[in-house]
Design a protein around this ligand. Structure first.
Ligand code: SAH
Length: 502
């Protein structure tokens, strides 16, 4: 196959702003050459065998030169590879993508360009600043602030920029800001014109300051803003007062640690991110399926004998259906049984597999399920409780007490997932730590990790809270509904309360 190079924009930092095309190309690439300012996790979708190479330029450090990067792109393509050249923002906006395309064209290498969301538009947008506005700016100029304003050969025409009838968006200029502001005002731009500086735009830690052209450099210095940052000059900066939306999201500024198993974390993480939280995944546990033999295999083989099948987690549902499939069954195997789910996540898992739960308690704990099962005739009947090894025996005990013949079968085991260094560091930044089960509490604390000083602890329900107390933790908020939505609600209410000025 003929090699090809894709010059791809990865957007300004928020992974949600990567284009669909960029993700497709990353997933199919043989080699990816990437820069420093690409979103975290941008390469997660790459094939395991893809060659990933960092070719960014650290400020001040020796690194791969542009010439070397161009050469590498040509060589990889000539070797027949699908190459993704991944750049922050848009590849053709101050990304040297133009030079790379020229080098590829000169070498006769096939290439395509995939635009990205550029920081100069995205960072202001996340700060509540439209770069154009019918009443306030009819034009916008993208300007590099990297030029040394004292260089006689500087390419920037300060007089023209001062006269420019619209918004100036300055990339790379934060270190030169005092000089830039001076040049612009000396050339006649109004020192009282509004200016905004957006640091790490679209990233969780985005910071914005607004001032005037005359005063902004001092503010940036005082607040210690650092690259990457976009500086925006123009009346539209004044619209931030009304339009700023990011900071108004209920969990803006909160760093929330999710301790549940990584495979289960995504729904909770997504809900929290939607509300503006910076979510860090610090899984304390992992579930390990039990091999399909012994009492597990026996239970699955006589599945049609059960009058009642109780499922206590989405994991249990998934593993039960996997086991059914492996033994030549499908959803019809449950046709004759009453099916009970402990909570909505479990019920949703069943529903996806074509089974509607007959029994779903209002509270999502074993005691409530016991109560909800009261009308179900179980005396002398066979009951399957599919659950985690070492789970509480409230449910099987109660059913046995009512004369049922209970097979209490562990479909999986919950095991400790020790935190890595990066996860420990992430946990240390948390302002909230969430616990969705007793095992998340137990395994996190037993691994030696702890919620950091001052962090608020949120638990999914009374059983988890009790385990937290046993381990010496204070629980600041407990979900009323013992599921992900309930947990998010409790956390959000707690955050809102703390935001109300005393
Ligand atoms: N091709 C990129 C720009 C690369 S030049 C694009 O289209 O966005 C690097 C400069 O971009 C930085 O110095 C900074 O000014 C700006 N930049 C990149 N990412 C940024 C971000 N997340 N927030 C603010 N500025 C950013």
């Amino acid at each position: 196959m003929r090699g090809i190079v894709y010059l791809v924009g990865a957007g300004p930092g928020d992974p949600g702003l990567m284009t669909r095309r960029s993700l497709e190309l990353i997933a199919r690439a043989d080699a990816i050459l990437y820069d420093r300012l690409i979103p975290p996790d941008a390469l997660d979708g790459a094939r395991p065998e893809a060659e990933l190479r960092y070719v960014g330029k650290e400020p001040g450090a020796a690194a791969v030169t542009q010439e070397e990067t161009n050469q590498l792109l040509v060589e990889l393509a000539r070797a027949g590879k699908r190459v993704v050249r991944l750049k922050g923002g848009d590849p053709f906006v101050f990304g040297r993508g133009g030079e790379e395309a020229e080098a590829l064209a000169a070498a006769g290498v096939l290439f395509e360009v995939v635009p990205g969301v550029t920081a100069g538009v995205a960072a202001p947008a996340y700060a509540g600043i439209p770069v154009t506005h019918r009443d306030a700016a009819s034009a916008v100029a993208f300007v590099t602030g990297h030029e040394d304003p004292d260089k006689p050969e500087a390419a920037l025409d300060w007089d023209a920029l001062a006269r420019f009838p619209g918004t100036l968006v300055l990339y790379m200029g934060i270190r030169n800001l005092a000089l830039i502001a001076e040049r612009l005002t000396a050339a006649g731009r109004d020192p009282d014109e509004p200016v905004a500086v957006v640091e790490r735009g679209t990233h969780p830690g985005q910071r914005t300051i607004v001032g005037t052209l005359g005063g902004i450099a001092a503010r940036v210095e005082a607040d210690g803003l650092r690259p990457p940052a976009i500086t925006l000059v123009g009346p539209v900066a004044g619209l931030r007062d009304t339009i700023a939306w990011l900071e108004r999201r209920p969990l803006h500024g909160e760093v929330v640690a999710v301790t549940r198993a990584r495979v289960q974390a995504s729904a909770l993480a997504a809900r929290l991110r939607e509300l503006g939280a910076d979510v860090v995944e610090t899984p304390a546990i992992r579930t390990e399926p039990r091999p399909l033999d012994g009492e597990l295999l026996a239970a699955v083989q006589r599945i049609s004998d059960y009058a009642l099948v109780c499922l206590t987690s989405p994991n249990g549902v998934r593993l039960l259906f996997d086991a059914l499939a492996e033994t030549g069954h499908d959803a019809r195997a449950l046709a004759g049984a009453t099916v009970a789910a402990i909570g909505p996540g479990t019920a949703a898992g069943l529903e996806r597999r074509g089974v509607r739960a007959d029994v779903l308690p209002e509270q999502f704990v074993a005691e409530a399920l016991v109560e909800a099962l009261e009308p179900v005739e179980v005396e002398g009947r066979r009951v399957l409780v599919a659950r985690a090894a070492g789970a509480r025996s409230v449910l099987p005990d109660a059913l046995r007490g009512r004369g049922a013949e209970v097979d209490d079968v562990a479909f999986y085991e919950t095991v400790a997932e020790p935190l890595g260094d990066a996860e420990r560091a992430a946990l240390a930044r948390a302002t909230y730590v969430t616990f969705t089960s007793s095992s998340t509490v137990r395994f996190l604390l037993e691994s030696g990790a702890r919620p950091p000083e001052g962090a608020r602890v949120v638990s999914i329900g009374p059983v988890t809270s009790a385990t937290a107390h046993e381990h010496g933790l204070t629980v600041h908020a407990e979900a009323e509904r013992h599921d992900v939505d309930g947990l998010v609600e409790a956390l959000t209410a707690d955050a809102a309360q703390r935001r109300v000025p005393a």
